[in-house]
Design a protein around this ligand. Structure first.
Ligand code: HPA
Length: 270
């Protein structure tokens, strides 16, 4: 795949200016961040060789290059999910392309179900660690040009970034949770028994994204920050409750201004 990564990187490099060092995956909850990027060059995924197309609800398909918080950034407006039918190599393809473009930091957001009973819809959670229940994206021959066969996962989520975001939150009076994100494939939501199971296993929130990209990013030595917006509560179920994708998106969109502020201030400090 190496030439494919390089071909995509070359096509992007030909259209952007500056040397962005930070990439942001605008997952659920970060829609508004795209509007804060100035002097933006928008490249539809369809114009980047070998890029996939986003099909997921609420996800667009553009790479945005521009200024945020006084820094050059690359933002992915729309990500790829395993449940869409892509392979894990396809889901994580953009991470290696961005590494070739000189990216050193990866910031990601997602929507997640709360399994910690103190979490409420609308809460924001700094991801401090994860439990990966989906196939590992590094399965297969190792590409040594990116990283080692057996990459360390002891401190996946950068402690300095976490400290910075905690400071920014205190300064702005924004309450934050911190916890463990459980990643599984979806697309079905969990049963009440499954939510309870992953809570007992040490999870605080659960979702269908982020960890594949994060593993590939850590393999390639990128510094990572992740945040979840809690869009539903997986620890009590009224008799008539149903999990619904539209409710999840609506809850994520409500958090977008606060989440965008946290991310843009973090970028400014990096
Ligand atoms: N489970 C899995 N993924 C999710 C959820 C959930 O409850 N909410 C938002 N994404």
């Amino acid at each position: 795949m190496k030439n494919l990564y390089q071909e995509a990187a070359d096509a992007i490099a030909a259209r952007i200016t500056g040397n962005p060092e930070t990439a942001i995956i605008l997952g659920s909850g970060l829609g508004a961040l795209a509007d804060r990027i100035t002097e933006a060059t928008v490249i539809p995924y369809s114009e980047i060789p070998h890029f996939m197309h986003s099909t997921a609800l609420g996800h667009k398909g553009n790479l945005i290059c521009g200024n945020l918080g006084g820094k050059h950034v690359l933002a992915m407006q729309g990500r790829f999910h395993y449940y869409e039918g892509y392979t894990m190599q396809q889901v994580t393809f953009p991470i290696r392309v961005m590494k070739l473009l000189g990216i050193r930091n990866l910031l990601v957001s997602n929507a997640a179900g709360g399994i910690n009973p103190t979490f409420k819809v609308g809460d924001l959670m700094i991801i401090r660690d994860h439990i990966n229940m989906a196939p590992n994206p590094l399965i297969g021959p190792n590409d040594e040009t990116f990283g080692p066969r057996f990459p360390d996962m002891t401190r996946v989520y950068d402690r300095e970034f976490i400290r910075s975001v905690e400071e920014i939150a205190v300064k702005n009076g924004i309450p934050l949770k911190k916890g463990v994100y459980v990643a599984l494939t979806g697309p079905s939501y969990e049963t009440p028994a499954e939510y309870a199971f992953y809570g007992k296993a040490g999870g605080d929130a659960i979702g269908m994204s982020t960890v594949p990209e994060v593993i590939v990013a850590r393999h390639a030595g990128l510094r990572v920050f992740g945040m979840s917006v809690i869009t539903n509560e997986g620890y009590h179920f009224a008799d008539d409750f149903v999990n619904d994708g539209a409710d999840v998106i609506a809850a994520a969109n409500k958090a977008t201004d606060i989440m965008s502020l946290l991310f843009s201030e973090l970028v400014a400090r990096i």
